[in-house]
Design a protein around this ligand. Structure first.
Ligand SMILES: [Zn+2]
Length: 152
């Protein structure tokens, strides 16, 4: 592992990305707390997905307040505290990945949100500075519906 690796298959630089605002993403500087948080996110939440379903691309990781505003993120977004990532699967079906995360994996996510229209999964991990959660949603036309309830 080189110094920028945060788990076997993830590198710190993969967490400062934005397709629409690359110039804002490139300006992100990770604090020591950000790096510890990203390690937890990578080790607990992302690496298990990678190990089971193959390559993952991170569309959005840590956001500065500037980048979060530019992408229309929530004011209290987990991306601001570096404990969230928006991911796509390069090798597997996104729905299969989501189904496994929620109903089989045992991954200790804080929040996982399936975006079937936008075609990505938002996943965050629990960190000491935020209230513990373990919840799964599907985003349908901007509304969050419980993931398993939405399937019925
Ligand atoms: Zn997100």
């Amino acid at each position: 592992m080189n110094n920028d690796n945060v788990s076997k298959n993830f590198n710190l630089n993969e967490f400062k990305v934005s397709k629409d605002h690359p110039e804002l993403a490139s300006k992100i500087v990770f604090s020591p707390m950000d790096i510890m948080t990203i390690r937890v996110l990578a080790l607990e939440c992302l690496q298990p997905i990678r190990d089971s379903y193959g390559s993952i691309q991170i569309l959005s990781g840590k956001r500065s307040s500037e980048l979060n505003a530019a992408v229309g993120g929530a004011k209290d977004s987990d991306h601001l505290t570096a404990n969230a990532a928006d991911i796509v699967s390069l090798d597997s079906s996104l729905l299969a990945v989501m189904e496994w995360i929620v109903n089989k994996s045992g991954i200790p996510y804080r929040q996982v949100i399936y975006y079937p229209n936008e075609k990505f999964i938002h996943i965050s991990c629990n960190i000491p500075s935020k209230a513990y959660k373990h919840e799964a949603f599907t985003s349908i036309n901007g509304k969050y519906v419980g993931y398993n309830a939405a399937k019925k």
